[in-house]
Design a binder for this molecule. Sequence first.
Ligand code: 9MR
Length: 390
Amino acid sequence: MDRTRRTLLLVTTLLAAFSCGKDDSPERPDITVPVKEEGTSSSGTGESGNDGNLSLGDLAALQGIKLGAAFTYGEYTGNKQIAEILTTEFKAVTFGNEMKHDAIVKTSGQMDFTTADKMAGWAEQAGTELFGHVLGWHSQQQKFWLDTVINQAKADSSTSPEEAVDAEFKRYVYAMVEHFDVYAWDVVNETFADGGNGAFRTAATTQAGDHVFVWGSYYSSTKEWVDRAFQYATEACKEYGKSPILYINDYNLETDAGKRKGLCDYAKGNPQVTGVATQMHIDMSTYNLKDKIKETLTALVATGKMVRIAELDIKATDLDAQAELYRYIFEQYLSIVPAEQRGGITFWGINDKDSWVGEYNHPLLWSGANYDKKPAYDAIYAYLSELAGN
Ligand code: 9MR
């Protein structure tokens, strides 16, 4: 049976079981359902958690939330705990770095999918779907190769550097879409300026170093590049018979109302955008954070597109307060995003110790060498269990 049918069967079975009012509101559902076909077991070594019952991902699926986690090649390699957590707790994975332009395109321009394919194999083993991150980003481009393309065009009067870069971008988008079977793509990521009142970022205002925005220098505007990204992704999907959700994704949508509006307005104006996402890298200490989360989800829903929380993590010092905020985010997502617009929630990592924001910020659901479940895990678990039990 394929995965979608298995999931549907599971959901149907569970809904039927819970609607029979069969017990006296247990803290968590007491049905053991083998969602994954082989090699599954309870994740984490902490005392709390699913204890062989429904996993966090199973419970989220009951509410129409596809629950995902990001991981990198380095994090996963030789790490049985991550493999077990992915298998048990999650339904989707995103690679932290390995589908980015500079990871796939070599300095020779050749595309090398070896590492990403290996990780896709792990994702498949874990029974998870794959999210594609990312086709168009101002950061981590294979600058050496793009410079070669640009210099060749300058030396060859038959094409302009702009046309050559555009052809290269199109080649890359088509190759990625053809190669990976994903349920959704981040077509573009982080295209709006910080504090720019909704304006797109420009190559000139984007930092140097790793962040040299090569694409941005060879289109008449960043908007034109974003238009092309959605056009090529849409056309490639059609050509290869695929229909993933096509997302525009950005950070600080909670705290930067101008950026939020810019992204939502762009999405509304481009029918090829089928999903909008907030990364939601947030910090407990942000003023009025809960209202900002609500406002953001409400604005995203108003675009009429699929709505996703793409890179969730919360910097915190008080783990109980963090747990409460995590629960709040799930509550708000379910109350604001209608079932048919739920694109899912992905955590940007699994264990605090591997997080891009540093262990000292305690951002995720597991911590320590033993992968102990944190209060945040328990809070989300308890909330989703309450929903499933009612
Ligand atoms: O998680 C990724 C981290 O391992 C890399 O060092 C970093 C490099 O820029 O990219 C991280 O992921 C970013 C994602 O691709 C886009 N949104 C922000 C994420 C955190 O920086």
